[in-house]
Unconditional design. Structure first.
Length: 141
C-alpha cells in the first residue's frame, strides 16, 4: 500500500498479481484483524509528529490479528533528511505492542556505496557502530 497513486501503479506493474492498493496509513482500507503480519519499511519516520505516529500504529494494530506481529525497519540514528524524524523502539512498543526481537542492520549508506564488493560490505557490516538502521519485531498488544 502507498498513498501515492503513481507509486502504486509502478509497484503493480513490477509485481503482477500482487494486491497493490492506494491508501492512507491513518485510515487503512482493511477489515479489523485482516493480517497476521504487517511490514513497515521506513514508513513511520515519514509520518510526522508523535501523535500521527501513534495514530498510524493504532490503525495498524487494529488491522493486525490477535497474535500477529509488526516488522518495523527504521533508521536507528538521525538522518540528514529533514522531513523525517527518528522513531524509537519504545515509541512503537507503547502504541502497537512489545518488542519481541530485533537487531541493527544496514551499513552506513555513504560508506556502503564506496565499497568494492559484497565481501567488503559483509566485513564492515560486522561493526555495530556502523549500522544505521534496525529491524524490530513487535507483538500485537
Amino acid at each position: 500500500m502507498d498513498r501515492d497513486p503513481t507509486r502504486v501503479t509502478a509497484a503493480a506493474a513490477r509485481a503482477p498479481g500482487a494486491a497493490v492498493t492506494a491508501g492512507d496509513l491513518l485510515a487503512l482500507p482493511y477489515a479489523d484483524a485482516a493480517f497476521d503480519v504487517v511490514l513497515l519499511m521506513t514508513v513511520l519516520s515519514s509520518v510526522g509528529p508523535a501523535e500521527r505516529v501513534r495514530a498510524a500504529l493504532g490503525e495498524l494494530r487494529r488491522a493486525t490479528a490477535p497474535g500477529g506481529v509488526a516488522i518495523v525497519f527504521e533508521p536507528r540514528v538521525p538522518t540528514p533528511n529533514r522531513t523525517t524524524r527518528l522513531i524509537r523502539t519504545r515509541e512503537v512498543a507503547a502504541a502497537y505492542g512489545p518488542r519481541t526481537g530485533g537487531r541493527s542492520v544496514t551499513l552506513l549508506p555513504p560508506l556502503a556505496r564506496r565499497l568494492p564488493s559484497a565481501e567488503a560490505y559483509a566485513r564492515w557490516a560486522r561493526l555495530p557502530l556502523l549500522r544505521t538502521h534496525r529491524v524490530t519485531r513487535h507483538a500485537r498488544g
